[in-house]
Ligand binder design. Structure first.
Ligand code: FA5
Ligand code: MG
Length: 423
């Protein structure tokens, strides 16, 4: 079997993250480019579209606690174990997540804080934060994005269930009078069962409360906007899903400008999660929603890199609390370059490792990366890869010499880091 060619940081060294020093080890894969994003916290920058979207969501849940300043550094135990992720879940691997070292990582989702927030006794809350995942490079993927987590728990007794029923009646009444079509799936099914520890009638009511609460949020975010209700009712669709810490679980999609857009994941919180939080005799729901995808359609932002732009032609177009349509400034020419190389024998290179290296050298002038060739030489048995890198700045024309210099640095770093032979 092939080993990933990857020389990680030297053990015995240190890395500085958010002004603190941490020892590195074999798991360390956080890069300088990623470290530079940690202090920015776009969701709290006044007038930034992500901050306006956060505030818009918060205004829909006025009685909830609104949290937005938790550190992105969490333990794998918080990010995975407390949420019942199996030991072999792919999200735990160094190819998918960023590690400072084996004991500390960048949260991959805002759910990493669920148990902490419940443990403090908070029963209705929203939490917005930057999250980090290693991924491919194109106009809709960026290694940092933002999520808002929302959760609510009720007492698992007659008084709690009465509260749920009253809230459901209120929400149902509001939705009945609104222009919305909901394509629903059963609350509970064989694929999406209720917890053995929970009364199925209670689960049914909580799942109903989750659906009504989120349908009402979708109406608040998308209702009445050009591309949605102007051409008819807002269409929302519920799909069965699985998350290790909720059941039943769902994903919610909204039909917007001709496409189904995946907005969020959610579900009824598993008993194990509540037990880990020392919460007794309660039952409730949680959801996690991605801010960039929603902001891209609401503000007509064509490329996910723009959220990180410091160009006043971007930033000056937005005011806190206002959803305005972004006027794209002209696109600068792209510069496409290929890099081909032989891998060391019996090794393989993970695409995410390649992409992180390119981001580290080129920053936000890399727009798109695609593998265009992968073959094994019939005689030498050596494997060759070819990647096509599309360089384009969002705020200026690249000078050819500059792109050549960056591209040659990509080649030399590939050689140093992964021992490849450039062709
Ligand atoms: C989660 O992250 C779960 N924590 C959501 C959840 C919370 C489930 C609470 C149950 C209970 P997922 O990986 O599907 O799930 O991401 C949730 C949302 O984040 C997606 O629906 C999408 O809107 C957004 N998202 C996910 N990956 C990306 C990405 N690479 N770029 C931009 N947005 C993304
Ligand atoms: Mg998903």
């Amino acid at each position: 079997s092939r080993q990933y060619a990857n020389l990680r940081a030297d053990p015995g060294k240190y890395v500085t993250v958010l002004k603190e020093q941490y020892p590195t080890d074999q798991m360390t894969n956080i890069t300088p480019t990623i470290i530079s994003k940690l202090p920015l916290r776009l969701h709290t920058q006044p007038s930034h579209p992500l901050s306006t979207l956060r505030a818009l969501i918060e205004s829909h849940f006025p009685t909830y606690a609104h949290l937005s300043s938790l550190s992105p550094l969490v333990t794998p135990y918080q990010n995975f174990d407390l949420l019942s992720f199996p030991q072999d879940h792919p999200g735990r691997s160094v190819t998918d997540s960023y590690y400072v070292n084996k004991d500390l990582m960048l949260r991959t989702h805002t759910s990493a804080h669920e148990v902490d927030v419940f443990s403090k006794g908070t029963e209705k809350w929203l939490l917005t934060a930057d999250v980090y995942r290693r991924d491919e490079i194109d106009g809709s993927h960026y290694p940092v994005f933002h999520q808002t987590e929302g959760a609510r728990i009720f007492s698992a007794d007659a008084s709690g269930m009465k509260e749920v029923e009253e809230d459901n009646a209120r929400l149902l009444n509001h939705l009945k009078r609104s222009n919305i079509i909901i394509e629903d799936v059963p609350h509970i099914s064989a694929a999406n069962p209720c917890q053995p520890a929970h009364d199925p009638k209670h689960t049914e009511l909580i799942a109903m409360n989750l659906k009504l609460s989120l349908n009402s949020l979708m109406l608040h975010l998308f209702g009445g906007r050009v591309g949605a209700t102007e051409e008819g009712p807002l269409r929302v669709r519920w799909i069965e899903a699985t998350f290790p810490w909720t059941t039943p679980s769902y994903e919610v999609e909204v039909f917007f400008r001709g496409k189904w857009l995946e907005i969020l994941g959610c579900g009824v919180i598993k008993q194990a999660t509540l037990d880990n939080s020392n919460v007794q005799n309660k039952l409730g729901w949680a959801f996690g929603l991605g801010l960039e995808r929603i902001a891209m359609v609401l503000f007509s932002i064509p490329d996910i890199r723009l959220f990180w732009s410091l160009d006043s032609r971007f930033l000056s177009q937005f005011n806190q609390g206002e959803i305005t349509t972004f006027q794209s400034y002209s696109k600068y020419p792209a510069c496409v370059k290929d890099v081909s190389f032989w891998l060391p024998e019996n090794t393989s290179l993970h695409e995410n490792d390649f992409c992180d290296l390119v981001r580290d050298v080129a920053g936000d002038i890399v727009e798109d990366v695609k593998m265009i060739d992968d073959f094994i030489h019939p005689k030498t048995n050596k494997r060759s890869l070819c990647y096509r890198i599309n360089y384009r700045s969002m705020d200026r024309s690249l000078v050819n010499d500059e792109t050549n210099e960056i591209h040659s640095q990509v080649g030399s770093r590939l050689r140093d880091r992964f021992g490849v032979e450039i062709r």
